[in-house]
Design a protein around this ligand. Sequence first.
Ligand code: NAD
Length: 249
Amino acid sequence: MSTHILLNGASGRMGRAISNISSDYDCQISWPIDLGDDPTDGINQCDVVIDFSLREATLPLAQKCGEAGKPMVIGTTGHDPSEKEEILKATSGIPVVWAGNFSTGVNLLFYLTEQAARVLDSSSDFDAEVIEMHHKLKKDAPSGTADRLLEILKDSRGLSDDQIAHGRSGLVGERPLDEIGSHALRGGDVVGDHTVYFAGIGERLELTHRATDRKIFAAGALRAAKWVMGRPSGLYSMQDVLGLVSSTR
Ligand code: NAD
């Protein structure tokens, strides 16, 4: 039976990409909504809600989904820690798949970065840096994917948020080992490139993923929507959907 979806941000680039392939996943975008639309009726009637809109739009939608007990897939990025906390609070009674990147390749990049970071830890003399590039219309930086890569590196090295250097300029001095560099490039129509560097003395490891088509995120989001229905309440990642790890909450 077809899955009926309320899609928030339906007129955007990702919204259109999801609508274009929804029938391939036996899904119908029965409530395509965007800025200014009231989601209440759609939330009550749909099977699952997908959000690919703007950072400010996620919390009010999450509150309505929490009240209605509707499963949710969140693809929107750029939320700060307090917004994330509020969204998690609002959705504590429903199942949610929340991912900064829904592509299979990027979730494998997360996994490989975890493995590499375990070997090339802070005692190894390898400097870790993350570079990402996206199209010039992207509104937040660093990307949700880069944020997740930085979090993996930060946790594996026992560092704090203020040890992440977002760009460097001026007389910054020698690079300390207990620092992770983060750099965001913007231009043209780049769908999404991410590289994690482990730079040692005499050698360098680079893990790169390049997205060339938004279809990969759209396919992952629809796959997550089918997967999340009927799950126990809690926060799930795309790695859960792909069977790479167990639940994070
Ligand atoms: P976009 O700017 O093309 O589309 C966003 C849409 O949201 C627009 O149609 C806009 O009108 C709508 N919108 C804005 N405010 C809204 C509101 N209050 N309520 C409802 N709709 C609202 O952006 P995009 O490229 O489609 O990306 C959307 C989001 O998804 C961004 O946060 C982006 O970073 C993220 N994204 C995530 C992934 C992933 O895999 N998780 C992949 C690509 C993009």
